[in-house]
Write a protein that binds this ligand. Structure first.
Ligand SMILES: NC(=O)c1ccc[n+]([C@@H]2O[C@H](COP(=O)([O-])OP(=O)(O)OC[C@H]3O[C@@H](n4cnc5c(N)ncnc54)[C@H](OP(=O)(O)O)[C@@H]3O)[C@@H](O)[C@H]2O)c1
Length: 257
């Protein structure tokens, strides 16, 4: 695969989970990575250190999303780290889920917070990034399989559906600049967002049994797909949503009749 050597990347929510795996993979491929986080400085520092330990380049970018001034703060720190260089790769990964935000229980405050972090922030991050994003650059948004399978956490699913729509439209608008826009849609992946995997007996085996490849996803499984879209080899793929889930809900393995 032709790797983004010498390029720059911003990965939001890169302190932990899938975002950390994406940051580590893009850095391993040669990009200098802006490791964005909201509040967990220790985790972000650990991601930056892990990248540097193996010879990669990274710097932290702190900005809590979904609060007043979030985009200004993020770009203030990003621009300082880039020091005049353009951005090549933008990965909108940071998001939150509120398990109580069901049709019965969601409050307007929960709804607004989910939309602010999961939809408003990526939209305005892209808007602010466009002037510094190099022609031929890459935008990758992290969505979710909950855009096509039903879950009770409907507000979270709605926010991810918005990203799928955003991706198609942006790909068309930004095509003349050679910028590709794609959406990676993880299945059930073992991160702190899914701590229920480790607190409910049978959750891990239950998820494995719903998946063709018979295990729970790992951050690196998602990061490797993102790396393809970020690479030169992804140059002719835009406006697509890729399900990266080990074959989740493909159907029964043996007929039940
Ligand atoms: N895990 C899954 O099964 C799964 C499935 C489908 C889609 N996804 C999607 O994959 C992406 C990553 O999920 P994950 O499971 O890796 O999540 P995670 O382990 O909970 O990590 C979330 C990351 O986002 C950052 N973040 C959260 N809220 C933020 C805010 N308000 N401002 C700034 N940063 C914030 C966190 O920063 P701090 O460390 O500073 O808190 C952290 O780096 C998300 O878009 C998620 O919706 C996950």
């Amino acid at each position: 695969m032709s790797h983004p050597t010498g390029k720059t990347a911003l990965v939001t929510g890169a302190s932990r989970g899938i975002g950390r795996a994406i940051a580590e993979r893009l850095a391993a491929d040669g990009a200098e990575v802006a490791v964005h986080y909201g509040t967990n400085k220790e985790a972000a520092d650990e991601t930056v250190s892990a990248i540097r330990r193996v010879g990669g380049r990274a710097f932290p970018v702190c900005a809590e999303l979904g609060v007043e001034g979030d985009i200004d703060r993020l770009f203030g720190e990003l621009m300082a780290g880039l020091d005049g260089r353009p951005l090549d790769i933008l990965v909108n990964n940071a998001a939150v889920i509120t398990y109580e935000a069901t049709i019965e229980q969601a409050t307007p405050e929960q709804f607004d917070r989910l939309v602010a972090i999961n939809v408003r922030a990526p939209f305005f991050i892209i808007q602010r990034a466009l002037p510094i994003l190099r022609d031929g650059g890459r935008i990758i948004n992290i969505s979710s399989g909950v855009t096509w399978f039903a879950t009770p956490e409907v507000v979270y699913g709605m926010t991810k559906g918005a990203l799928n729509v955003l991706g198609r439209s942006l790909a068309n608008s930004l095509g003349p600049r050679g910028i590709t826009v794609n959406t990676v849609s993880p299945g059930i992946t073992d991160t702190e967002m899914n701590s229920w995997l480790h607190t409910n007996d049978g959750a891990i085996s239950g998820v494995a049994s719903m998946t063709a490849l018979e295990r729970v996803g790992r951050g690196a499984d998602i990061a490797d797909a993102v790396a393809f879209f970020a690479s030169g080899d992804g140059r002719w793929v835009t406006g697509q949503t890729l399900e990266v889930n080990g074959g989740l809900f493909l159907g029964p393995k043996t007929p039940s009749w």
